[in-house]
Design a protein around this ligand. Structure first.
Ligand code: AMP
Ligand code: GLY
Length: 423
């Protein structure tokens, strides 16, 4: 089978790595890819948000199966274009991708499905949004409705912060994503992520994870795309996962089908867990990054069979084969991230590291220049290990990280601290 993966981050490196282990995979192409992906696949230069270009490329290269990694091509309808051209495609339609692309749409679907989530209201003008904030008080959460690269959410501890966020959003800080604003009740508890494959009918859970969104030790400082993750997430017990499937995921899928936009692909539910009960924070319509890296490390080559079954409506016949293992990934980012950072700095020490079913450095923002690996993005490497318990996975990941020579990068030293006592 010839497989095309769209994307070029750590998520796509881990997808490529898992898919490649499956004997069904013949030719593997990743667009645009990165320096790590180039070691295992052909990296093609392609505008992955241009549906016509992606279809033309897939036809020219006899592609049998396309996996769409990031949300932007999904929100642009690339999976619809591919399916219209009869390519088997993993990833939701543009209409179903609204579960990530519009916060107000997600809230409407949750209400119709009876799925537990924060109380909410939507506004298209600043005056009524501010009146709502004055009436409700703080803490309160203000969200730009549309995709804002993870930056459109303000958890406001004071009314002043909340009204400042309203001014920012209606003032155009997030472009058209902020033309509508959702204001939510502030939820307390512990966050965890639940990943479920969907084929429009069947929902198949493929793992839980927790990430560390803040840049600083102890989960402090500005938000990032994620500085590290581990799987499974102990807080998301089997009993809670069953409740989430019954009360949140399946009712959402049923509501999407009822609306004529059945959901296929991976549904990533961000949950807030308190007193043994989960509420939905948000949906994403793609794998998390870096959560995907720990899921793929645990799933290995079976990931291809599962993703293909989701794309072909055959999930009911599938089971996930679990090892009782744990995986952790630690992100190395360029100094200055998530603010401004230098590009083109050289990374050394990668060659001597183990690369096997329990140890991998997944590349995110890297490129190869004159035989050297250089950093090209904010988040650059995902140092990932798997072991029989989380502490051992953590030790193995940090052992690898210590051997990487990149003075222009940094990482957090406390990934997994909520679950481990001695970090
Ligand atoms: P989102 O992009 O919707 O996931 O929001 C980003 C982050 O903001 C989440 O991971 C939470 O940490 C926080 N957040 C979002 N909504 C709420 C809420 N209603 N209550 C508390 N925290 C929230
Ligand atoms: N790590 C969070 C995300 O992928 O949205």
């Amino acid at each position: 089978m010839n497989i095309l993966i769209l994307g070029g981050g750590g998520r796509e490196h881990s997808l490529a790595w898992a898919v490649k282990q499956n004997p069904k995979c013949d030719r593997l192409i990743v667009a645009p890819g990165n320096a790590g992906i180039a070691e295992i696949a052909w990296c093609a230069d392609l505008d992955i948000e241009d549906g016509a270009a992606v279809v033309e490329f897939a036809e020219a290269n006899a592609v049998d199966f396309v996996i769409v990694g990031p949300e932007a091509p999904l929100a642009a309808g690339v999976s619809d274009d591919l399916r219209a051209a009869v390519f088997t495609t993993f990833g939701p339609s543009k209409a179903a991708a609204a579960l990530e692309a519009s916060k107000a749409f997600t809230k409407e679907v949750c209400d119709a499905a009876g799925a537990p989530t924060a109380a909410w209201a939507r506004f298209t003008d600043a005056a009524s949004a501010k009146a709502h904030i004055a009436e409700t008080g703080a803490p309160i959460v203000v969200k730009a409705d549309g995709l804002a690269a993870g930056k459109g959410v303000v958890v406001a501890m004071t009314e002043y912060e909340a009204t400042a966020a309203i001014d920012d959003m209606f003032g155009g800080a997030f472009g058209s994503a902020g033309a509508e604003v959702v204001i939510e009740e502030f939820m307390t508890g512990e966050e965890a992520s639940f990943f479920v494959l969907c084929d429009g009918e069947t929902a198949l859970p493929i793992g839980t994870a927790q990430d560390h969104k803040r840049v600083g030790e102890g989960d402090t400082g500005p938000n990032t795309g994620g500085m590290g993750a581990y799987s499974p997430a102990p807080v998301l017990t089997d009993a809670i996962a069953e409740d989430v499937l019954a009360q949140i995921i399946r009712p959402t899928l049923a509501e999407m089908t009822k609306r004529g936009t059945p959901y296929t692909g991976v549904l990533y539910a961000g949950l807030m867990i308190e007193d043994g009960k989960a509420r939905l924070v948000e949906y994403n319509v793609r794998f998390g990054d870096p959560e995907c890296q720990v899921l793929m490390m645990r799933l290995g080559g079976q990931a291809l069979d599962l993703l293909q079954a989701a794309a072909e409506g055959r999930l009911a016949e599938k089971q996930v084969h679990w090892a009782e293992d744990h995986a952790m990934t630690v992100v190395m980012a360029a100094n200055g991230y998530p603010g401004s950072y230098e590009k083109g700095t050289v990374i050394r020490g990668l060659d001597g590291l183990p690369q096997d079913s329990s140890h991998m450095v997944f590349h995110a923002g890297t490129a190869e220049r004159e035989g050297q690996v250089v950093a090209t993005g904010g988040r650059v490497l995902n140092v990932t290990a798997r072991a029989s318990d989380l502490q051992a996975a953590r030790d193995a990941a940090y052992d690898m990280l210590d051997q990487i020579d990149w003075p222009d990068g940094f990482s957090r030293s406390d990934i997994g601290w909520r679950c481990l006592d001695n970090t």
